[in-house]
Design a protein around this ligand. Sequence first.
Ligand code: MRU
Length: 343
Amino acid sequence: MKVLNEIDTVAFAPGNEAVRIIDQTLLPGEVKVIDVADREELYDAIKKLRVRGAPAIGVFAAMALSVLSRSIEEKDKKEFLEKLQAEADFLNSSRPTAVNLSWALKEMMSCARTQGSEDVPAIVEKLYDRAVKIRDDEETIEKKIGEFGAPLIKENFGVLTHCNAGRLACLKYGTATAPMYIAHEKGINFRAYCDETRPLLQGARLTALELSASGIDTTLNCDNMSASLMRAGKIDIVFVGADRIAANYDTANKIGTSLLALAAKHYNIPFFVCAPTSTIDKSIKTGADIPIEEREPGEVTEMWYEKRMAPNDIKVYNPAFDVTDHSLITGIITENGIHYLKG
Ligand code: MRU
């Protein structure tokens, strides 16, 4: 599966009139690259998790808006900007929790609005340049997160992660996986453990795939086995990603993250959140105000099973994310360094 790690998670297709992604719903069985250009398909790619993970969603949205800007027919600047804003609002409504989505779209809109006397074709080209810059910056940021986090991984450590905050959720190093990739490049031997991550199995399908394809010693465990691994002394540090970090550092990430943080606290295991500063939403005071996406019941009752595994009329609770209280977090690793929240 080496080939997977050589394909860009998100890129412009040749000609820049479509966004090229790996369809992540098909992994690990099939590595299929698709070009998405139609507005409904761009929206659906985010909604249906063909592209997923907070940073990748942000980069994808910037590129998607650039692609859509090319098909807006209005040549009057005011009318063009109104149409562009409507497309940005549409894309932004696809998923609520990852702030990188709205962040990237706001960056694109502010780029479009501050083009002075330039005409519409010039704005369209500036939007393309801005999307490329958002993409390039993201890659640099991921490497810096890795460089700050890697020294925390010592020889023979067991490193646990949840969901997929790796290359497939980002661009190259990922966020939670960045310290692992850099430590691996430096020749540090460690064991990576991936939570399976019910119900959509991002840990099993994606993280286990990309880490093992990179030559890292990788073990997959069900979500309910993490505390047992900790008790057995097999986990020395936990790294997770984030979809939105509130001003007080309460952190929304994939459902199950907060259980992991609670167990890590009990077993006195350092618990780090890795994220670009664009994931920090200072407008939100605490985790209580972070919007949490609720998804289809079928993801819990039947997806992945040969036949339905729950009573027909059962009520289902299926939030895609939870909030980890800042008091459970040892530190936040961003492109600017490690911000310790507790000793
Ligand atoms: O629903 P998903 O797969 O988009 O959720 C992804 C996560 O929760 C990741 O941990 C988070 O986006 C950080 S990705 C660097």
